[in-house]
Design a protein around this ligand. Structure first.
Ligand code: SF4
Ligand code: SF4
Length: 499
């Protein structure tokens, strides 16, 4: 139709009605799509597109107070992590987790398979601790102390920003042809990434096999320590792959703690949250600002800085690792607009809904007390743990023997566990009543971290026995030093009872 014919047609009642219906259909469809879009974030992961392909995230470099604090915390934790396998306490590596030789050291104290009960209690306490801690404080661990977040966000990404630039430059560089500049940048970045991964792999290996063994592997030719050398290379490659390629997928797809968030968090849990009451409805232009809209200017900065590519304004999501980058970003926007900060902040869903300030409530205090008690019980068990564990039982099926020299003897079985790192010569001394101990094997020597088992006689003069069952106290000594006292009973015949 020509312009004139179109004008005549649209001005007719039929044309106008058709046109109105067409526009209405377009508006309704647009609204439907927007609603679908709004809710669809729950059905997909922000780093995977509909065809299942990876969406590479280019987060903008975070800046702000919380990022600074997180950096300081990360330097401190990294220092501890790198130092622990190389410092000695009581002449032993500070922390060793040698699962191959079943030997564990925590701050100079050795633990052996015989301490399995402690390990079980510690594991149960840890699980309860993690559950309670998450119910109260959400994913604070993920954002501030998790090695994955620390290495990715505060080590590898910092290097990336330094070499490749901020998000925009990174994006441009990725799409740019392979010029000498791009080759140089990529080579430099990946060499540094591999170097740090090699370092992490080695430190991790030092935790498992010990720093001395690691030094042997590093200094000897690979052929002499082939298995150690292969482990070292594999660890380094694994970390390089994680930080150069797999990245945030560890948190969103692999980490079991992340998967559990759905059942651990509730309305009172403290999370990184967007104050939708204050922020909505969003506005963009100055005209809207004047018409009483919310504080969010829809600048998208909180999404741009997010390392997992989500929009926190959609609510709590499993991908959110509580890194606080969006808090810093939004605070900077609010400062520029001369509005109060904390449109995105640490708060609970209930806190946002009711507008009450985040305070420690009875539930949080109660859970924290339970956490404290749990840790105290565990600490007490570790402190009270003896380096030698002795079990003495009367030999089953044997009552007593008349030694024929005026003495009565009882036969006992003894089991001694040496939890120290030294060979222990052990002596038994009968503290009460007066009598003598005769060890069947002559001497008791226990190798480090092992158990010795033998039998011994206690011989007591008949006139020293007061009843059928006389309590006896046996001292366990090593190199003349008292280790522990064990109580048991001595059986005598009825006729020796006082008449
Ligand atoms: S940074 Fe703040 S103002 Fe900007 S979109 Fe996010 S919530 Fe809205
Ligand atoms: S939503 Fe905010 S806190 Fe959560 S991962 Fe993204 S930037 Fe970090």
């Amino acid at each position: 139709l020509g312009f004139l014919n179109r004008a005549i047609f649209l001005s007719s009642p039929f044309g106008a009605a058709l046109c109105w219906r067409w526009n209405l259909w377009k508006v309704v469809n647009a609204m439907k799509n927007t609603n679908k879009e709004k809710k669809s974030f729950r059905d997909k992961i922000s780093t995977i597109d509909e065809s299942g392909k990876r969406i590479w995230i280019f987060p903008k470099k975070p800046k702000g107070r919380l990022y600074r604090y997180r950096s300081f915390v990360s330097y401190f934790l990294l220092l501890i992590m790198f130092a622990l396998p190389f410092i000695e306490i009581n002449g032993k590596q500070a922390v060793l987790l040698n699962i191959f030789e079943r030997k564990f050291i925590f701050f100079g104290v050795g633990f052996w398979p015989q301490d399995f009960h402690l390990f079980v209690i510690a594991t149960i306490s840890l699980i309860v601790f993690v559950v309670l801690f998450t119910v109260i404080y959400g994913r604070i661990w993920c954002g501030w102390a998790c090695p994955q977040t620390i290495f990715l966000e505060l080590v590898f990404r910092k290097i990336e920003y330094l070499i490749d630039g901020d998000a925009l430059q990174q994006r441009k560089l990725k799409n740019a042809p392979w010029t000498p500049k791009k080759i140089l940048k990529r080579t430099l970045k990946h060499s540094i990434f591999y170097g740090i991964s090699f370092l992490i792999g080695n430190v991790l290996l030092a935790y498992f096999i010990g720093s001395e063994r690691l030094a042997e592997i590093i200094t000897a030719p690979p052929s002499e320590n082939l298995s150690g050398f292969i482990a070292m290379v594999l660890f380094s490659l694994l970390f390089y792959w994680i930080y150069a390629s797999f990245r945030e997928q560890i948190c969103t797809l692999v980490c079991p703690y992340g998967r559990l968030q759905g059942v651990l968090l509730d309305k009172k849990s403290i999370v990184v949250a967007y104050d939708h009451k204050r922020g909505e409805p969003r506005y963009k232009g100055k005209r809207e600002r004047e018409s009483g809209k919310g504080d969010c200017v829809d600048c998208n900065l909180c999404v741009d800085v997010c390392p997992t590519g989500i929009d926190i304004r959609n609510g709590v999501q499993l991908e959110c690792v509580n890194c606080t980058a969006c808090i810093d970003a939004c605070n900077s926007v609010m400062r520029a607009l001369k509005k109060p900060e904390k449109l995105i902040r640490y708060d609970s869903y209930e806190g946002i809904e009711t507008g009450k300030k985040l305070r420690l409530n009875m539930r949080n205090v109660g859970y924290s007390i339970v956490l404290f008690i749990l840790l105290s019980i565990l600490a007490t068990m570790f402190i009270l743990r003896t380096p030698v564990e002795t079990t003495i039982l009367r030999t089953p099926g044997v009552l007593y023997q008349d030694a024929g020299d005026g003495r009565i003897s009882n036969l006992y079985n003894i089991k001694i566990i040496n939890k120290t790192f030294e060979k222990l010569p052990v002596k038994l001394n009968l503290k009460s009543p007066e009598g003598e101990i005769e060890v069947v094997s002559g001497e008791i020597n226990i190798a480090e971290g092992s158990m010795a088992q033998t039998a011994f006689f206690i011989k007591i003069k008949k006139d020293r026995l007061n009843s059928v069952k006389t309590p006896v106290e046996i001292e366990v000594l090593s190199n003349g030093e008292w280790i522990e006292t064990v109580n048991t009973a001595f059986i005598g015949p009825n006729k020796f009872n006082k008449k």
